[in-house]
Design a protein around this ligand. Structure first.
Ligand code: ASP
Length: 325
């Protein structure tokens, strides 16, 4: 009996040291970060910049895979079901906090299905339109939408996407219902606004700054209380008479629930380094994006933000009465 107990203890010790070893050598193969929207869009842009720095830091390739659809819930659902070994991660945005209210049959619980690693950025949004859209400024846009909103087409990246939320707030603020055109991400939505197939879009500065500066789209306002340094001439929605249209998009990095604490700590440290990387910072600044501070690039800060944003958006969505299923 004693022998059996000793043998078991020895076996447990071997197992424990084996798993400690596995974490010591993590990562020993490429890591995939799933972006739940199309390539070339804002979430993708932020992820690829971070992934590049993390690849160098971790000594393993950090690959980005785009799994767009259903406002980000398809890609997030895939990570929720992934093996919690640190080799499948998710970089998602504010949509993680709106999905549980918008999608009544959501297959995962954002607060239980993931291991939070850290917040990544805060990104203002901008209201833009095809360049030959009639209204010349935000005041004219409001007037135009009041008369022609029902005939105006509005692109978004699916229900629960940031562009959908911004559109929902815009419609509520103006008191109209536009014709919504959903895409798998904001990149194809922007392509169609530039091509004139759809009238309007509200999206992160990461996906609109170059297009605004290059004159490919017409810009009306930025959706944060402060103007954005990279687009200093663009008024805020507050200045334009829409103070309730106040939204900034936050991104977070997650693994599936059950990630080992040592793996989370390694990824957290690497995320923090990426956010301080000079190339990442410079590119973020050009695109009007703010990397979060060290205190926010933590599992605790992301957990807190996620649950407070779920509480914040629930009544707004319920009041708007828009649901995906
Ligand atoms: N920014 C987009 C949205 O939520 C999604 C994307 O990153 O493509 O509207």
């Amino acid at each position: 009996m004693l022998f059996k107990r000793l043998a078991l203890a020895a076996f447990a010790a071997v197992l424990a040291s084996g798993s400690a070893l596995a974490q010591d050598s993590y990562p020993s193969q490429p890591i995939t970060v799933i972006v739940p929207f199309s390539a070339g869009g804002p979430t993708d842009t932020v992820t690829r910049l971070i992934a590049q720095s993390m690849s160098t830091d971790l000594g393993q390739q950090v690959l980005v895979q785009n799994v767009g659809g259903a406002g980000g819930t398809l890609g997030a659902g895939q990570v929720a079901k992934a093996k919690p070994d640190g080799y499948t991660l998710l970089l998602h945005h504010i949509g993680m906090s709106t999905a549980p209210t918008l999608y009544r049959q959501l297959e995962f619980d954002p607060l239980k299905a993931f291991s939070p690693i850290g917040l990544v950025t805060a990104v203002p949004m901008t209201i833009v339109a095809r360049k030959d859209f009639e209204p010349g400024n935000i005041a004219e846009l409001i007037e135009y939408l009041k008369k022609n909103g029902a005939d105006t087409t509005y692109a978004n990246a699916g229900i629960g996407s940031a562009s959908h939320l911004c559109g929902m707030l815009l419609q509520e603020a103006v008191g109209v219902e536009m014709v919504t055109v959903p895409y798998q991400g904001a990149a194809p939505a922007m392509t169609d606004v530039i091509g004139g197939q759809v009238d309007m879009l509200c999206d992160q500065t990461t996906n609109t700054t170059n297009q605004i500066k290059g004159g490919e789209v017409k810009a009306y306002a930025v959706t944060t209380p402060e103007r954005v340094p990279s687009l200093p001439d663009l008024p805020t929605t507050k200045e334009g008479g829409l103070p309730k249209l106040d939204i900034a998009v936050w991104h977070g990095l997650y693994g599936p629930a059950g990630l080992d604490a040592a793996v989370v700590a390694k990824l957290e440290a690497s995320l923090k380094k990426a956010l301080k990387n000079e190339t990442v910072k410079a590119r973020f600044a050009e695109l009007g994006t703010l990397p979060v501070s060290d205190d926010e690039a933590t599992p605790a800060a992301l957990s807190k933000e996620l649950s407070s944003q779920i509480d914040l958006w629930r009544p707004i969505i319920q009041a708007a009465g828009t649901y995906a299923n």
